[in-house]
Design a protein around this ligand. Structure first.
Ligand SMILES: [Cu+2]
Length: 509
């Protein structure tokens, strides 16, 4: 097996070429143990059902020495517990909002019905209120996530801290010889960045950039300058790019090999070895790192570009010579439904001018209709010229398979099921799209300020068994008026990041 030693994407489009790029630098703060988010405890469970409660709340978090930072989180002050979903089980979620403003609970990567269970912009939970949803998990093992999604305020709420991971397990993955002792040899690494202003506070509006907000300080699982105590030879890292804008170009200081075993929504067909791994916004990757050549006292450091992110402090461990199987997963690849034309999506513009297929997102407009169970090729085209931005294209409610990039084979890192795919400027990426659930779903760029700014659209998936089912849709004005009321301002004084992008193009929301 050859080792991949490059990032694949168009270097001239990397985020550091952008005029507004915010270089990372190491915070002036001591090293701290990496926060390992706890697993969410069920309220109740039976053999086939589990009940969970998630509360969005405001709090304070000691991130830097000195004043605590005002942050938001789920069941805590920042980010949240990791939610565990088992394939085949039904989950009942009690979603509570203790924040001063409305939010939503979006399950990024779960193939569950929309628009309510999915938790996009049509499923607000107002302050002091709650919402109950139930859904069955029927998808392969993966590392998915939860984040807020109230349009056009998604970016600011994620920035405040409303994001966490969700691990789906299944019987196939459970049989493979992979590390899965959570918190010991299997850990999430939620990669984010923030700017700390006076008194260690975050100020989203001061940092606002319509091409995506970034900060100079890396924050991993809500920890600044983290280290992790390595007590096993092999470690499974579940990377999640939880940043609003930043791409992560991951590598170790000693060029240590990472064996990638999974992408966004499934295991890869076979493990691949790499020393460099790039993740665009919302993408995930699971890798196994082998510290067999290290001795106690050694320190190995994970970097992005020239900036250290996490130190791995090596301790005594038992030798583990277990080999990975050469085959990990049969990736579903259903036949395209005969007669369906290729569906074309364009990702247009940058800054406030962003759009999809020439239009900005409208919450009460359906842009496309598809039947549940049908399989179609979608061609996603980034119309930016060079140099331009890489847009990470994301779809709700489904898994897709990458078919080609400008007619060439997909990258080895994207051979599993995905929900987010990075598209270079000028590039056409073809994906195979199918839905196992019905409803209304969004698809958009996952640079979160681009989606808030309108690079987003909506499709309706029709269940042939219930073809006339109606999905009542809210509109932007419903949410914006609620935000104005919650903040005690009139509409003329309401500021939500995405609004500028509509106003500057002279568009109604
Ligand atoms: Cu974009």
């Amino acid at each position: 097996m050859t080792t991949i030693d490059h990032y694949f994407y168009d270097e001239s489009a990397y985020d550091y070429h952008d005029g507004g790029y915010v270089p990372l630098k190491v915070a002036d703060a001591p090293t701290k143990p990496l926060t390992i988010p706890p697993l969410l405890k069920p309220d109740k469970q039976t053999a086939n059902e589990t009940w969970y409660t998630l509360t969005a709340q405001a709090g304070e978090t000691q991130l830097l020495p000195g004043e605590k930072t005002k942050t938001w989180g789920y069941n805590g002050s920042l980010l949240g517990p990791i939610v565990h979903y088992e394939r085949g089980k039904t989950y009942h979620l009690h979603l509570v909002n203790h924040l001063p403003e409305l939010t939503t609970f979006h399950w990024h990567g779960l193939a569950i019905p929309g628009p309510i269970e999915d938790g996009g912009c049509h499923a607000p939970v107002y302050p002091g209120q709650s919402r109950d949803v139930s859904f069955k998990i029927n998808q392969p093992a993966a590392f998915t996530w939860l984040h807020a999604h109230p349009c056009p305020e998604t970016a600011a709420q994620v920035w405040h801290g409303l994001a966490t991971g969700a691990i789906v397990t299944d019987q196939h993955e459970a049989k493979l010889p992979l590390p899965r002792n959570y918190g010991v040899d299997d850990i999430p690494l939620i990669l984010q960045d923030r700017r700390f202003h006076e008194n260690n506070q975050w100020d989203y509006r001061a940092d606002y950039d319509p091409d995506g907000v970034a900060g100079p300080t890396p924050m991993i699982n809500g920890t600044i300058n983290p280290y992790f105590d390595v007590t096993t030879q092999k470690l499974r890292l579940r990377f999640l790019n939880g940043a609003n804008r930043r791409e992560w170009r991951l590598h170790f200081d000693d060029n240590r090999i990472m064996t990638q075993i999974a992408g966004d929504l499934s295991l890869l067909p076979q493990p691949i070895k790499l020393t460099k791994l790039m993740l665009t916004c919302a993408e995930r990757a699971e890798v196994i790192v082998d510290f067999g050549d290290c001795k106690p006292g050694d320190v190995v450091t994970l970097y992005t570009d020239q900036t250290p992110l996490v130190q791995f402090w090596i301790h005594e461990f038992k030798p583990n010579h277990q080999e990975l199987p050469t085959k990990l997963f049969d990736v579903p690849n259903p036949e395209v439904t005969p007669g369906l034309p290729i569906h074309h999506v364009t990702l247009d513009g940058m800054d406030e001018m962003v759009a999809m297929n020439g239009k900005k997102f409208q919450m009460d407009r359906i842009d496309y209709t598809m039947q549940k169970g049908q399989v179609q090729i979608w061609d996603i085209y980034n119309t930016n010229g060079k140099p331009g931005m890489i847009h990470p294209y994301h779809m709700h409610g489904t898994t897709f398979k990458v078919i080609s990039r400008d007619g060439h084979a997909p990258l080895p890192t994207e051979t599993g099921l995905k929900d987010t795919v990075a598209i270079n400027p000028g590039e056409h990426v073809r994906i195979k799209v199918w839905f196992d659930v019905a409803g209304v779903f969004m698809y958009h760029c996952h640079i979160i300020e681009h989606e808030d700014g309108g690079m987003m659209a909506q499709l309706k998936v029709i269940d042939p068994a219930d073809p006339n089912k109606e999905y009542p849709l809210l509109n932007h004005m419903d949410l914006m008026m609620a935000f104005a009321k919650e903040r005690g301002v009139d509409m003329d004084h309401l500021w939500l990041g995405g609004m500028d992008s509509y106003k500057k193009m002279g568009m109604e929301m």
